[in-house]
Design a protein around this ligand. Structure first.
Ligand SMILES: [Fe+2]
Length: 200
């Protein structure tokens, strides 16, 4: 089990994050409602997504450490589609979505951004993340970096970070996914050959 944290900027550069030592140990058991309340406090306290994510990362680590049940909640990939999503939390008009996602090895996503801050924690399996930058219209996208995430690793994204994910290995990739409010006008998928962006 690895425990690295990563952060991807709005220009799609990925950097390792030094985990802050926290003197406070979380209340145990650290239940979903407590996690949601603390998340709410962070979002109210900061407008800046970098600051939000810096505080959200250790919170998610505490929650995942205290919630081994989540692996059991993760739905197996649908045999036809090859993936499945279970919403752990999604309230109407509330800027947060928490999902458990599973997908089969070999599946590859489009090149996309999320138009929202995001956090993905790998619960099981291995996931390759490629990071891309668009070029002038008609020019191919440039892959600037890539990393392979292992179980226990966590990655955060700024809203304009552009990535592409691929499920590796022999077993489904299971992940915990947390997203802020999506700006659908700013969420795109990209053509690797032409850098053309289309609504996603
Ligand atoms: Fe994504």
């Amino acid at each position: 089990m690895s425990n690295h944290d990563w952060h991807v900027s709005n220009s799609s550069t990925c950097q390792a994050v030094v985990q802050e030592e926290t003197s406070e140990s979380p209340v145990s058991p650290y239940r979903l409602y407590r996690f949601l309340t603390q998340l709410d406090d962070i979002l109210l306290a900061h407008e800046n997504d970098e600051l939000r994510l810096a505080e959200i990362r250790p919170l998610v680590r505490s929650f995942l450490n205290e919630s081994p049940w989540m692996m059991m909640q993760c739905p197996p990939p649908d045999p036809k589609r090859g993936w499945a999503v279970s919403k752990l939390y999604d309230d109407t008009d509330y800027p947060l979505t928490i999902q458990l996602v599973s997908w089969n090895p070999g599946m590859l996503s489009s090149i996309h951004n999320h138009g929202a801050w995001g956090l993905v924690a790998i619960l099981d399996g291995q996931e390759r993340n490629r990071f891309w930058q668009p070029q002038e219209a008609g020019e191919p996208m440039v892959q600037v970096q890539e990393t392979i995430l292992q179980p226990g690793e966590l990655i955060t994204f700024m809203p304009d970070a552009i990535h592409q994910v691929e499920a590796l290995g022999d077993e489904p990739v299971l992940s915990f996914n947390l997203y802020g409010e999506t700006d659908y006008q700013a969420r795109f998928q990209y053509d690797a050959k032409t850098s053309e962006a289309s609504s996603f």
